[in-house]
Ligand binder design. Sequence first.
Ligand SMILES: [Zn+2]
Length: 318
Amino acid sequence: MQLNRRTILAGAAATPLLGKAVFAAQPLVGKQAPAFYRFKVGEFEVTAINDGFARRPLDGFIKNASLDDVKAALGSAFLPTDQMTIPFTTLVVNTGAKLVLLDSGNGDSGAPTTGSWMANFKAAGFDPANVDTVLVSHFHGDHINGLRLKDGSAVFPRAEIIVPEVEWAFWMSDDKMNAAPDGLKPAFNNARRVFGPIAKDVNRFQWGKEPITGITALQADGHTPGHTAFAISSGNGRLLMMSDTTNNPILFARKPDWTAVFDMDGEQAIKTRRKLLDMAATDRIQVSFYHAAFPATGHIAKLGSGFDMVPMAFQPTL
Ligand SMILES: [Zn+2]
């Protein structure tokens, strides 16, 4: 048989469809494997833990680009062009001295397509009672709701929680809440729901400091006033946790001047994004993103006037 486009398509059409005409002794499994992925950063062992994804309407998602341009960008990345897909991935860093979480996922407060974090965390061999420290990048719900369930219970009972000083000062201020537009008030109330019961025990870090030995907090404001990226360093290993410096980098690495509806200060978010992406590209530092396709780690290449994320290839050994 000659191999051409027509014979390939004909072959695909002849394949039995899912749910029909399955004769194998083993039934279809119908679900994905637990989503965790481990890699080393120097002596540190890092585990990416996925918390599913959310879908958003495209309309209004990017404040300074036309819908046609956004659809074209998604299409060129072979993604659906009728909606925006936003994955969630936290990092667990075992420094040898401490088990540290970078952000906590959606807990039971997210979209129905989220909420798999704890199952994935346990499948990776972790126990929430063993978490020593949670470092928080910023106070949006998808990053902090995993700290406290809707019934009020604390998920990491033993963990010290350390948050950006600037972020705390903004979201926990009654003056800022009273002055905020109505659309932002639920986020202020949610920060109080999560942190209120433990307010006196929440510690705060400043940018440029190292809240955990080997993990430095980097100023990355714009997305929120206190939004923070993390430089993780052990031996010769380096990892830049970008947090929400971009939303899904499939769009925002390539189009760093686009600004998502979640960026509270769009101009500052663009400056931060360009600065950190340029740093990662120039110094060839491995990066992780909170909202990239799982396992949400790779490198940054320069591409035209923007950048591109090159996902890490699966490494079978550590
Ligand atoms: Zn986020």
